[in-house]
Design a protein around this ligand. Structure first.
Ligand SMILES: *[C@@H]1O[C@H](CO)[C@@H](O)[C@H](O)[C@H]1NC(C)=O
Length: 345
């Protein structure tokens, strides 16, 4: 936990440098439910909305779970809702199918006061068996939501991970991998045309685990005092920015400018599961630094207008996820005690 004085300096910095909050970043949380020891959705949403200490305003959920959507009704939480990978073929199959999905899961809950921001078609569905259907699903949902329902504040998009890139070092080399290039080029152009952001999952932790000989802990955890990578005129003090800017470079190659939107739909650090790198202390340091970076800095070296929006993984440990570190990204225990102190200004 940062000392109180540090927090006041940060608050002041936000007030001075980000007089209009829209210029600055924000951080929210991912609420996944792949476990058998988690509290019911109503309790989770009540906790998030009724505990003033946690000013969490953004939440990402992976599916249109009725209990969660009911609980979200009438709250101020801004919601990213997933279309599960299993439902992509259905919404891509016809305009009528997409209209029905939107009627049942979006319009019905807009009427009840749920504040949707992004509809995210799949999570890292590219590459994958339904990868070629993602764009059609987005097109159909966009038509339903924007053109038919007139919900002009909701953006339809998808979330991708590092596997869509073939090269990300240095960041300016970022480009889409040959096996997904046709799909990503078309998709990114379409998202650009409808002004939807691409959602990206950015986990320096996994980069560190896979390439410990090339990556230092300081660089991965926002603790380097000097630039670690210098890429043309850009200096990188942390791996997170370098990973984001590799996506920026890949997208810029497609649309011919840096003038598109990106949201970091997942980032975090596990508290257990890996002998060397996962620990409660490392998770505490990374996630606090990530939040501070998003909220106070709010940009990357290459993309000053990113208006950084980050979703932290995640509410709880999830014991149905694959064994190992993936199960230990929780920041709260099921009884809502925090696993470690996380600064939620
Ligand atoms: C909540 O759960 C954690 C982990 O099981 C435990 O350490 C802590 O004591 C519990 N807190 C309360 C208030 O019951």
């Amino acid at each position: 936990m940062a000392p109180t004085s540090t927090i006041w300096v940060l608050v002041l910095a936000i007030a001075v440098f980000c007089p209009y909050m829209v210029l600055c970043g924000d951080a929210g949380i991912i609420y996944g439910r792949e476990g058998d020891n988690l509290p019911p959705p109503k309790q989770v949403i009540d906790f998030l909305t009724n505990t003033p200490k946690y000013k969490i305003s953004l939440i990402r959920i992976y599916d249109a779970n009725t209990d969660i959507l009911e609980a979200l009704s009438g709250t101020n939480l801004v919601v990213t809702i997933g279309v599960p990978d299993e439902a992509i073929a259905y919404v891509a199959s016809s305009q009528e199918a997409a209209d029905k999905w939107v009627q049942d899961h979006i319009k019905a809950y807009v009427a009840k006061g749920v504040r949707f921001r992004y509809v995210c078609v799949g999570n890292e569905a590219i590459p994958g068996v339904v990868a070629s259907l993602v764009e059609q699903a987005i097109r159909n949902l966009h038509t339903s939501i924007r053109l038919k329902a007139g919900l002009d504040y909701i953006f339809v998009t998808t979330a991708v991970g590092p596997y869509v890139l073939t090269d990300s070092y240095p960041p300016s080399h970022g480009q889409f991998a040959p096996n997904v290039a046709a799909i990503m080029n078309s998709l990114v152009q379409y998202l650009y045309s409808i002004e939807s952001p691409l959602l990206i999952n950015v986990y320096p932790y996994y980069a560190l685990v896979s390439e410990p000989q090339h990556i230092s802990m300081d660089y991965a955890m926002f603790q380097s005092q000097k630039p670690v990578v210098i890429d043309g005129k850009f200096e990188y003090y942390n791996l997170f920015d370098a990973m984001v800017d590799a996506f920026v470079a890949a997208m810029a190659r497609v649309v011919g400018s840096d003038n598109f939107k990106l949201v970091v739909s997942g980032s975090g650090w596990p508290t257990a599961g890996h002998d060397l790198y996962s620990s409660i202390e490392n998770a505490r340091v990374y996630n606090n630094n990530l939040r501070e970076h998003a909220i106070v800095i709010g940009e990357t070296p290459r993309k000053a207008d990113i208006n950084m929006e980050v979703y932290i993984s995640s509410m709880f440990n999830e014991n149905f996820k694959p064994a190992g570190d993936e199960q230990y990204f929780g920041t709260f225990y099921p009884n809502f005690t925090e696993v470690y102190s996380l600064w939620w200004p």
